[in-house]
Design a protein around this ligand. Sequence first.
Ligand code: ATP
Ligand code: MG
Length: 559
Amino acid sequence: MPTEERPKNFIRTFIDEDLERGRYTKVATRFPPEPNGYLHIGHAKSICLNFGLAADYGGHTNLRFDDTNPAKEEVEYVDSIMEDVRWLGFDWGGKAFYASDYFERLYECAEELIRKGFAYVCELSAEEVRAYRGTLTQPGRDSPWRNRPVDENLDQFRRMRAGEFDEGKKFLRARIDMASPNLNMRDPAIYRIKKAAHHRTGEKWLIYPMYDYAHCVSDAIEGISHSICTLEFEDHRPLYDWFLEVLDWPQPRPRQIEFARLNLEYAMMSKRKLLQLVGDNLVDGWDDPRLPTIAAIRRRGFTPSSIRLFCERIGVAKNDSWIEMGWLERAARDDLNPSVRRAMAVLDPVKVVVENIPEGEERRIEATYFPDDPGRFGARELFMTREVLIDREDFMAEPTEGFFRLVPGGEVRLRWSCYIRCVGFEAGPDGKVTLIRCLASEEPQLPAKKGRRPNIIHWVSATRSQPAVVRLYDRLFSVPRPTGDLSAELNPHSLILREHARLEPALAAAAPWDRFQFERLGYFMRDPVEGTGPGEVPVFNRIVTLKDGFAKEARKAKA
Ligand code: ATP
Ligand code: MG
């Protein structure tokens, strides 16, 4: 039964009605990816919806590979899809289904359609088919092959199967209504000739069923109760129901329900465009953390629970909309905030010499990993030394208005350590600061300005810290609703590398997949692929910043 805290949505309302009326006694859903690419965050919405609904109603969900198109499908995709669904935390009961398992049954059903006079073999060319189809305002015309006798249709269809004809020469189509106001009902194709090897059935089949036909029959074979799909299939629903009706499929038959697909701002979800991004090396493979693929999201460091939280929060609706990236980021923060250790890293270090700490002295500091609940993760050691590193952003030689971090003559506090007051600095010929000189103290050295205590900044010891490469990600596209013109719309600064970052000593023990909040900088995860060999410098990916940069930008844009 639906849990109370889950918001009611129109799909649940449908299911509740169906159960009340006794149309179904059990809820069975399916997730039906075509194995022709990697899954993306849009698929995650569909996965969470299908698996989540079935689980709430005590039912089950089938993972079914919709592998009816041999040309584009590959085993690599099947494997990645399974990995992604599993990673998201869902279980399809051990046995994956394949539409190709039903090829024989689908073929038999097609013969049945022919015998009942609901299908015929047509020989119009693709161009002619288009011309005969008519338009939204004009009815179509009947194909000259429409009234072929049943025996001839059967014979032709069997010969299509036997490989007697070339691709495109003939196809099997439904005999419905060329004048239907719904173009999908104007004698749609059921089978076409395709002489291609299939990743599972090999060379066995030379004809392949079309999606609209294969999908409803596959759902029916598996006893699916609710076949949830995206809105573009709304106009296909009459066809979905028609096939099962003319096949006299026993009740209860599956019910198709449509919802709005996820569009995420600054991202691109079309498989074709993702393939192009990867194929043209515009990104670094399917799991490049800038992509919206699940493989990329995982590698970047998002947790499965944050993706589930995101999908639950955006909900399901019946009208298409664009979701701001901020929703995904907020879900990540809300999920990571209570669950990861705090630590310090300096991404773009500049050296500070603390002149009143003697050379060689190391003041040991015990700092908890989770100050709000010190017992949760225990503590780690930091070392205050004469030379420390701070982030370049935290010092300004000529401060601008409103800059409250370290400035000449000013003072800040080092997190977990002392106050430092800047007594001088050195800069190169280009004006770039190379060294800052400070004096340390346990208490502030300057009178408070307007009651303001010195700001706290993060730091690491220059001598007791670890090198690391840190990757900062920005949106892949520079426009909120990319159209796919990659050369114009890609954000050239979507990846910023910090190759000389330094981490506090305890992070030497961080394993791949370990996540931290680097204080003031965001949430990070140690990359599981790069920088993992012996002696290699570890790589950390920024999952998300601490603050909602997008909200800030939106406010700025409005102001
Ligand atoms: P294609 O462009 O190849 O049709 P697709 O994105 O529809 O790609 P499928 O493998 O057919 O990919 O999708 C599997 C399931 O995921 C379908 O049920 C589909 O409705 C759903 N799905 C795909 N994209 C989204 C999205 N952006 N939001 C929600 N669900 C989606
Ligand atoms: Mg699809």
